[in-house]
Design a protein around this ligand. Structure first.
Ligand SMILES: [Zn+2]
Ligand SMILES: [Zn+2]
Length: 283
């Protein structure tokens, strides 16, 4: 049922069918992007990042909360989301709590574009503005590492320790843009937030792949068309680009062939299509 691909140091596993359901887990970072579907094995996840409130991205959150309870999880998960939808989602979960006669609790964390939140001491999430008909966000996961200051390179351990004891700040903080997740948006997200193009791994929607959906129609629905990625082929600096949220207009076995035929080789070799290997869209 789950598709799993490897993008550099990261595993990207889950299900994504454009407009139907999208849930993507990156176990090395401990985060789940969106809850359009709730596979059994996602019950152990404690941090969820929601891109927006459309049903194909949040519809299975109540089911996931139930599965977590089966896993013996008693602490509500952290659920990061656009600030504008915190109230509506809380109201929806309150209604479902009443229906279940059982609490569907979350720790709701609303974010605005540009804000940053610490998920772990060494891992932060930065909210990025996306362009969709409802409040929506992309997320950039930033690893914050302490590096020895360059002027101290070449010193011995005891010398450095002595400096530290004397109260000197011996490290610089460096932010590494590890992984970005951008879905359900116009391509202009890349023009407004070019830092997405610098992330080591970019997980991005590419809902439409060829003339079966026109560029105009893709834009009218606020989705990305492959034509727009090809136009910007030289701008992607990412090591790996995972293309997901592909429409079921396309058969799973033709997606890679369309990419081979249409995308310039220097970009194509870094693209990993997120489609099932067994030839069928899940479900
Ligand atoms: Zn969607
Ligand atoms: Zn949407």
């Amino acid at each position: 049922m789950l598709t799993s691909v490897t993008a550099g140091p990261y595993t990207v596993r889950g299900v994504s069918v454009g407009g139907v359901y999208t849930s993507i887990h990156v176990p090395e970072l401990g985060v789940l992007f969106d809850t359009g579907i709730s596979p059994r094995s996602f019950g152990a996840i404690d941090t969820i990042l929601l891109s927006h409130g459309h049903a194909d991205h949040v519809g299975a959150l109540p089911a996931l909360l139930g599965i977590r309870a089966l896993h013996g999880k008693t602490k509500p998960p952290r659920v990061v989301m656009p600030k504008e939808i915190v109230e509506d989602l809380s109201t929806a979960l309150a209604a479902l709590t009443k229906l279940q006669r059982w609490p569907l609790d979350i720790e709701a964390l609303g974010m605005l574009p540009g804000e940053e939140l610490a998920l772990r001491p060494d891992l932060h999430v930065r909210a990025v503005r996306t362009f969709h008909p409802v409040p929506s966000l992309a997320y950039l996961l930033v690893r914050r590492v302490a590096k020895l200051r360059p002027e101290l390179h070449g010193m011995t351990g005891p010398e450095i320790a002595a400096r530290k004891r004397a109260g000197e700040d011996i490290t610089d903080i460096e932010d590494r843009l590890e992984l970005a997740y951008a879905t359900d948006t116009l391509i202009s997200v890349l023009d407004h937030s070019p830092e997405l193009l610098d992330a080591r791994v970019l997980i991005m929607e590419c809902t439409f792949l060829d003339e079966r959906k026109s560029l105009e129609a893709a834009r009218a629905g606020c989705h990305i068309h492959l034509d727009e990625i090809i136009e910007r082929a030289d701008r992607f600096k990412n090591e790996h680009i995972v293309l997901m949220h592909v429409s079921q207009l396309y058969r799973t076995d033709e997606v890679a062939h369309i990419l081979d035929r249409r995308v310039p080789p220097a970009l194509r070799k870094r693209i990993i299509p997120f489609v099932p290997a067994d030839g069928h869209w899940p479900g």
